[in-house]
Design a protein around this ligand. Structure first.
Ligand code: NIG
Ligand code: FE
Length: 417
């Protein structure tokens, strides 16, 4: 089946010669075709061009659906490369505790936070977890996300970590969008191992990783390498064990301090290091010329009122930057990538063009899928969205909080919600 999008006011993030990501000054460049058409055949982008190049040859097919995109923009779907969207229940009581003055770390020390989510997940069936997570997946699809990474990490014992990863596998099989699974057994130290974290690390290495690999339940491996969570030494042991099974790291690093997490990630060729509130010259030097995507999570920084990652410094140093939602019940209970884009501009002083690269192509790279997703290029998967009537690309982050995603196309099919 063929789909023709015509009279597109602006076709955004078009690539004739696709690149895997954009870094430094290049991040401010987004190719835009004005008054454009786009042809989709089955699940792939077949062709695009300006309306005056649209020839009769495209009308010889019998099954051709036409969509008029007058006054509308067409974007590649957002790729959200960092989420924890499988969870048993929200944690709005901790939100109130923080309003009253408790810190995120203090709540964690008292057994709340991630440990609270682990307790709730233990009591919840696989089916219930699947149902609630699928609701969240559909919610983000409606908001323009076309690929998502989902982490485990609310199990914190072998059985429950595997349960979570099986739920993620089921989402992978049944959801319309591209899903990547990340094993995050090292998300928090369970209370019973508080005085001996190395013992929990041994369980991750000797029990969890081999089983996760045997059942092929994960694409990546993650560690929350930070103050009060996992040390650099623990992190390196876990990453080494994961690499033996072909699990490439994508880790949480430098959210709470200059902990050496970024350097550890780069050393083990992590696909991404995420959070990055604390980044200094040494961290920038480590990231330079690495294959690791620096990924910032504006939703968590906003929700926890954290120090902001030095995004401008990183871009000015020539690094790429990706922006993801961190959708999770504790530090970022939203997967709205339009809102993340607005935060990128407002809080991190990124240009609208930089934000587009950071939420599409660079996040696709951070999930290992930028050869097939993250831009409008011939042969890539046709995951995209059509906006409502808007003046131009600046308007989307400017009109923060408005839902301007009007029509969603996934695998070449218009989604009916
Ligand atoms: O990315 N920083 C560590 N983990 C999550 C928070 C998870 C939670 O609080 O439930 C994050 O922010
Ligand atoms: Fe996270």
């Amino acid at each position: 089946m063929k789909l023709l999008l015509e009279n597109i006011k602006e076709l955004v993030q078009v690539e004739d010669q696709p690149v895997l990501f954009r870094a430094g000054k290049e991040m401010a460049k987004v190719n835009i075709l004005k008054n454009a058409f786009l042809i989709i055949r089955d699940e792939l982008i077949e062709d695009f061009g300006t309306m005056d190049q649209l020839k009769d040859r495209y009308f010889d097919d019998d099954l051709l659906i036409e969509i008029d995109c007058s006054n509308r923009l067409v974007y590649p779907s957002f790729c959200d490369s960092h989420t924890h969207l499988v969870y048993a229940a929200p944690r709005e009581k901790e939100f109130v505790d923080r309003i009253k003055g408790l810190s995120y770390e203090e709540i964690a020390r008292r057994g709340g936070g991630i440990l609270n989510s682990a307790k709730l997940l233990h009591e919840t069936s696989e089916d219930e977890l699947y149902e609630s997570a699928m609701e969240r997946v559909l919610e983000i699809v409606k908001m323009g996300t076309g690929a998502v990474e989902i982490k485990s990490g609310y199990g914190l014992n072998t059985e429950d970590e595997l349960k979570m990863l099986r739920v993620i596998q089921r989402i992978k099989r049944t959801s319309p969008i591209c899903v990547r699974a990340n094993f995050l057994g090292a998300h928090a130290i369970p209370l019973e191992y508080k005085n001996n974290p190395a013992e929990y690390v041994d369980i991750i290495i000797n029990e969890m990783i081999p089983q996760v690999a045997a059942e092929e339940l994960a694409d990546f491996i993650d560690v929350f390498c930070d103050r009060g969570f996992f040390s650099v030494e623990d992190t390196e042991r876990i990453l080494m064990a994961g690499l033996k099974y072909g699990l490439r790291p994508k880790i949480h690093a430098n959210e709470l301090g200059l902990t050496g997490g970024i350097q550890a990630g780069v050393k083990y060729n992590a696909l991404s290091v995420d959070h990055l509130e604390y980044v200094g010259e040494e961290e920038i030097a480590a990231l330079k010329d690495s294959e690791t995507m620096p990924t910032v999570l504006p939703g968590a920084a906003f929700f926890l009122n954290m120090k902001l990652s030095p995004v401008r410094e990183m871009i000015e140093a020539g690094l790429p930057v990706a922006l993801a939602s961190d959708f999770n019940p504790g530090s970022s209970p939203s997967g709205n990538m339009s809102l993340i884009s607005a935060m990128g501009c407002i809080n991190f002083k990124m240009l609208p063009e930089e934000v587009i690269n950071a939420t599409t192509l660079n996040t696709a790279y951070a999930m290992g899928i930028s050869e097939s997703y993250g831009s409008i290029a011939r042969g890539k998967i046709a995951n995209l969205f059509i906006t409502s009537e808007v003046p131009g690309i600046e308007y989307l982050p400017y009109a923060y909080g408005s839902n301007l995603v009007e029509t969603v196309i996934i695998n070449g099919e218009v989604q009916n919600f």
